[in-house]
Design a protein around this ligand. Structure first.
Ligand code: ZN
Length: 147
C-alpha cells in the first residue's frame, strides 16, 4: 500500500513560490460559490514541481459551512486523497461570500497548523489568493496564476 501524504511536505512548503490553478477548476469553484450565501470548501489535487504547484482538480466538500467559517472532516480529505491515482491532495480552497479573497485570522490560525496550500476566492471576483505555511507558524502569500 502506498503511503498517503496529505498536503505539502515541509521541504515543498519551504520552496514553493507560485500556485498555478487550472482555470476550469477556478470557474467551477466560483460557480459553486456564486450559488450560496455560505462559504464553500473543497480539496485540491495536483502536482508539486520544484517551486511551483499545479492544481488540476478539486472536490467540493459538502459539510459544516456558514457565512464566515467552515470545518473539514479529515476523513473526507483522506477519502479524496485515496481516490487519486496520479495526483496528490495538496490543498484546500474556500470562498469568502461577503469579503475579499484575503486570509482571515481564523484562516491563518488554521493554515499555520496544517500542511495544506490554502486558497481563497471571493464571490463575484475572478481571482484567488494562495498561502502556505513555511514553518514556525509563518504563513506567506504565494504568487497565484491560472493556466
Ligand atoms: Zn477564510
Amino acid at each position: 500500500m502506498r503511503k498517503l501524504r496529505l498536503g505539502l511536505s515541509s521541504r515543498e512548503a519551504e520552496i514553493v513560490e507560485t500556485v498555478y490553478l487550472d482555470s476550469a477548476v477556478l470557474d467551477e469553484v466560483l460557480f459553486a460559490a456564486s450559488r450560496t450565501a455560505l462559504e464553500i470548501v473543497g480539496a485540491l489535487a495536483g502536482y508539486a514541481i520544484r517551486d511551483a504547484v499545479y492544481i488540476s482538480s478539486w472536490k467540493h466538500l459538502e459539510g459544516h459551512v456558514s457565512e464566515d467559517e467552515f470545518r473539514i472532516e479529515t476523513c473526507a480529505l483522506v477519502g479524496y486523497a485515496e481516490a487519486l491515482t496520479t495526483q496528490r491532495m495538496l490543498g484546500i480552497i474556500h470562498s469568502h461570500p461577503s469579503g475579499q479573497a484575503v486570509i482571515s485570522l481564523w484562516d491563518s490560525h488554521f493554515a499555520a497548523r496544517s500542511p495544506y496550500l490554502w486558497l481563497i476566492v471571493a464571490r463575484n471576483q475572478r481571482l484567488f489568493r494562495s498561502y502556505v505555511h513555511r514553518g514556525n507558524g509563518v504563513v506567506i502569500e504565494l504568487r497565484s496564476c491560472t493556466f
